[in-house]
Design a protein around this ligand. Structure first.
Ligand code: OSB
Ligand code: MG
Length: 370
């Protein structure tokens, strides 16, 4: 595969409703897309960074800069035997996993099209329908939250995740657990607590949660090992896991018993596969996280969720929960019993809507190999 051209585009999309986490509210969602041409084939990917460095250190604009000034020049005009090898060119760059994933994942789409197989098959996946959960943003009152939960359960979703932060936790979790004693229920704090809150977090043990996701500092695997020893509920790491070495550190220290894999956060499909393989060997279940993606990132998430080890419902849900109109066709839909049927067409498995992408593009740069 020769990398003939790379196009970076920033789109401005608006969510159907604001999404609130412990680090802020997102309503207008900038979306950074990477389009690569190689040997006459076009591949797409989405850089899943947020609008500011609030979730991790990356953001859409920072990732665009790192791509333009550093990653694109390392690979433009170069040839790779297959998509998994492109990351070797990125060796001089520290961090910026989401920016890297933007290039690697578009090449996986190209490779799948060249081989005329769906992306999930190229990755080694096998599940034909993936179980889906939802992530619900912070709500003003427990009553409001209960209304949202009711809607998602009747749509068939198989796991409900509640965003929490100090002052908006016990009362909300208790209300949902009381109304639904048997559902798979988890919470995600996005690093809103400290070890001083260990007693408080231990009090959540009574709610039989599936997991507490990333309660402590985004970059602190060690402190999570201290917390995990003090509570019964399984911890799950999201922000802290950037690559296989982080997963090894976390499992060896006993920092979590479940791992959230996000394609962007870990630097792309190759790294995601390594982490999943390692977790599988150690009987640690993994699941696919979400970053409020448009259809392109969503299609990639569906493909990776077909791999063995993705045993728990992910945060991969229907396009219509986020967008009035999505950039792929057909949009991602969920069956009444809460599954996404895996597409069978080559590559992404969905048609990319160039017309919408063009309409919503606010910045575009094309880099061509000479
Ligand atoms: O921590 O999983 C997270 C969204 C933005 C940033 C971080 C997270 C999330 C979500 C939303 O929980 C998941 C989704 O529905 O895409
Ligand atoms: Mg999370």
């Amino acid at each position: 595969m020769r990398i003939d051209s790379i196009t970076l585009r920033k789109l401005q999309m608006r969510l159907k409703a604001p999404f609130e986490t412990s680090f802020g509210v997102t309503f207008d969602r900038p979306i950074l897309l990477v389009e690569i041409q190689s040997d006459g084939v076009t591949g797409w990917s989405e850089v899943t960074a947020t609008e500011g460095p609030f979730y991790n250190t990356e953001s859409v604009d920072i990732a665009a800069l790192v791509l333009r000034d550093f990653l694109v020049p390392l690979v433009l005009g170069k040839s790779v035997a297959d998509a998994s090898h492109v990351r070797e060119y990125f060796a001089p760059i520290r961090g910026h996993e989401m920016a890297r994933a933007g290039i690697e994942n578009a090449l996986w789409d190209i490779e799948a099209q060249q081989q005329c197989v769906p992306l999930w098959k190229l990755l080694g996946g096998s599940l034909q329908k993936i179980p889906c959960g939802v992530s619900l943003g912070l709500q003003s009152t427990p009553e409001k939250l209960l209304e949202k939960v009711a809607v998602e359960l009747s749509a068939g979703y198989r796991r409900i995740k509640l965003k929490i932060k100090p002052g908006k936790d016990r009362e909300f979790i208790a209300a949902v657990r009381k109304a639904y004693p048997d559902i798979l229920l988890s919470v995600d704090a996005n690093s809103a607590y400290t070890l001083d809150d260990a007693e408080h977090l231990r009090s959540f043990d009574e709610f039989s949660l599936l997991m507490i996701e990333q309660p402590l500092w985004w970059d602190d695997i060690y402190s999570h090992s201290k917390l995990q020893k003090q509570i019964k509920t399984n911890l799950c790491l999201d922000e802290s896991i950037r690559h296989l070495r982080d997963a090894q550190t976390a499992l060896e220290l006993g920092s979590c018993r479940i791992v959230n894999i996000k394609l962007g956060r870990v630097g792309g499909f190759s790294s995601a596969r390594e982490i999943q393989g390692y977790c599988d060997q150690n009987s640690i279940p993994v699941w696919c996280g979400g970053m409020l993606e448009c259809g392109i990132g969503r299609a990639h998430n569906i493909a990776v969720s077909t791999l063995p080890g993705y045993k728990l419902p992910g945060d991969v849900s229907a396009s219509a929960r986020y967008w009035v109109e999505d950039v792929i066709e057909p949009e991602v839909t969920v069956t009444p019993d809460g599954f996404i049927q895996v597409p069978q067409a080559p590559g992404l498995g969905y048609h990319v809507r160039h017309d919408l992408i063009e309409r919503w593009t606010v910045e575009k740069e094309i880099f061509r190999a000479s």
